[in-house]
Design a protein. Structure first.
Length: 224
């Protein structure tokens, strides 16, 4: 199961959507998250870390202006600590929920606590980040209280990066979110809204954890 991060280039700055599993955890998964490493059989390769990937593009971590975690589960928020100079945009209620549930299994205090002094902006609705329609943050609660998705308009195509609003294509086909532990009715409303935006905005709907879609598109250092 892939855990992708997405780097969007804009004239006014780089935007990073999700930061994947912690590079510290990739170096030593049995120590950093022993139960999760065993359960999910995490691949321990430092070159899979978001820091390695960004530097491999010839960029610096300091070049990232905005970090947008879809939510704060360990497989999306593990690299947050790498970007102390960035502005973080998070869904309303997500930070409080993460700290209240940091005893596990999916929110890890070691991922979140190093970012206490960072600049966090909490949003309770959609946000056109640059005011030009190119990058829009979509408030999509349900999987967690502050879950977010991201709409990206490229010169030749559009994408909705769905975060964990769903995990499988069947959920999109049926319009029903079935993530374990989620607020299912709220998650389904968010998913149905994203499906509508996919249709009306003519966008490709990217399911982050789907292996089929992961294999369909190029990965860094290539770009879309």
């Amino acid at each position: 199961m892939p855990c992708p991060s997405f780097l969007i280039e804009h004239d006014r700055g780089l935007v990073l959507f999700d930061t994947g599993v912690s590079p510290r955890g990739l170096a030593n998964p049995e120590e950093y998250f022993p139960h999760l490493a065993e359960r999910f059989q995490l691949e321990r390769r430092p070159d899979l870390g978001v820091d390695y990937q960004i530097r491999g593009l010839g960029l610096r971590l300091e070049d990232v202006k905005y970090v947008v975690p879809s939510h704060l589960h360990f497989d999306h928020a593990g690299g947050l600590y790498l970007f102390p100079g960035s502005t973080f945009i998070v869904g309303e209620g997500e930070i409080e929920h993460a700290y209240m549930n940091s005893s596990g299994p999916y929110f890890l205090l070691d991922d979140i606590s190093p970012t206490r002094s960072f600049r966090w902006i909490e949003i309770g609705g959609d946000l056109d980040l640059f005011g030009d329609g190119s990058v829009s943050i979509l408030f999509s609660p349900g999987h967690t209280p502050g879950s977010l998705a991201l709409f990206v308009r490229l010169p030749d195509r559009n994408f909705i990066l769905s975060g964990d609003s769903c995990h499988y294509p069947a959920e999109v086909q049926l319009g029903a979110a079935r993530s374990p532990g989620a607020d299912a009715p709220r998650a389904t409303r968010s998913l149905q809204r994203l499906i509508l935006l996919r249709d009306t905005w003519d966008a490709y709907f990217w399911i982050g954890h789907d292996m089929g879609q992961w294999q369909e598109w190029p990965h860094a250092p290539a770009s879309i």
